[in-house]
Design a protein around this ligand. Structure first.
Ligand SMILES: Nc1ncnc2c1ncn2[C@@H]1O[C@H](COP(=O)(O)OP(=O)(O)OP(=O)(O)O)[C@@H](O)[C@H]1O
Ligand SMILES: [Mg+2]
Length: 288
């Protein structure tokens, strides 16, 4: 009998708020196989980061739970590396030391000193940050700090890589370069990836599966789309591939539908950061 590698069952997340419990997620059920690349997509505030934080063990579901390789997840662990939405580096450590901290945690016993040093440099080179190894997070740009966060996560060779909008703050060229590197690394290591993105093209290019979430509150899995495109994938040749075009249209259709529902509930939301973010994904949808 084949058991799921990662399984979310009946997950509810209710946050305590001054106005009473706020049910962000309701009845999320997901089975993910080893080595699957899964993207989570959905409008701003629907609960994507909350799902990721539950898998990371940073949040405990109020009902149901998450099981990884037969063990219930209730705390963070080095086999589940996280790339946060806001990069979350230690500000007092240099770029090199931030990656070193994670590498020490995982490989102190299995790698020699020089091997660890080479491995840290290799990962910094991968994200094109080796030149800034001695700088502190406060001395580099947001996009650069984000790349260090990616290097730190990759350097842990995690069996599950959790990424919250990892490429959102990067310029197009760096973004494309890192997307390609991530695809290569993932093929090589066969790690499971759960990535949150607002970018439809990114989701289709990288994923084996796109989980589309309904709008919150009480958000759940709306659609589960399998992306059956051969690997390795090449962004240039895929652009005209009818299957690829079909997949991205499916995702756009879903997002537009949910956008209409949002506008129906709250037609005048402009000015608030949340609204501008959902406008951002709408603009992305329109651009595509
Ligand atoms: N600690 C908390 N207390 C109360 N409400 C919370 C808390 N964390 C998240 N929420 C609410 O839960 C919902 C889901 O939040 P979450 O951050 O998971 O959304 P998201 O899909 O990641 O959004 P975005 O795309 O903007 O990052 C939102 O309505 C948010 O306000
Ligand atoms: Mg989020």
């Amino acid at each position: 009998m084949s058991k799921s590698h990662l399984e979310l069952t009946g997950v509810e997340m209710a946050f305590d708020t001054p106005k009473g419990p706020f049910v962000a997620l309701d009845n999320i059920n997901l089975k993910i196989q080893k080595g699957e690349f899964v993207s989570l997509i959905g409008h701003s505030g629907c609960g994507k980061s909350t799902v990721l934080n539950i898998v990371a063990g940073l949040l405990q579901a109020t009902k149901g739970g998450c099981v990884l390789d037969g063990h219930e997840v209730n705390s963070p662990g080095p086999e589940r590396a996280v790339v946060f939405q806001n990069h979350a580096l230690m500000p007092w450590l240099t770029v090199y030391e931030n990656v070193e901290l994670a590498v020490q945690q995982v490989f102190r016993k299995s790698m020699g000193k020089q091997e660890r040093r080479d491995w840290i440099h290799h990962n910094l080179e991968l994200v094109n940050m080796a030149h800034a190894a001695d700088k502190r997070p406060g001395e580099v740009s947001g996009g650069m700090a984000q790349r260090v966060g990616i290097a730190r996560a990759l350097a842990m060779k995690p069996s599950v890589l959790l990424m919250d909008e990892p490429f959102g703050a990067l310029d197009a060229l760096t973004r494309a370069h890192l997307q390609d590197s991530l695809m290569e690394i993932q093929q090589e290591l066969n790690n499971t990836v759960i990535m949150i993105t607002h970018d439809v093209d990114e989701a289709v290019l990288l994923s084996d599966r796109i989980i589309m979430m309904t709008n919150g509150p009480e958000a759940t899995v709306g659609e589960d789309l399998y992306i059956d495109l051969p690997r390795p994938r090449n962004r240039v040749t895929l652009a005209d591939n009818p299957e690829y075009v079909h997949y991205r249209q499916e995702v756009l259709r879903f997002l537009y539908e949910k956008q209409r529902k949002l506008e129906h509930i709250s037609p005048r939301r402009s000015g608030k950061p949340e609204a501008s973010k959902s406008k951002q994904s709408e603009a992305q949808a329109a651009r595509a």
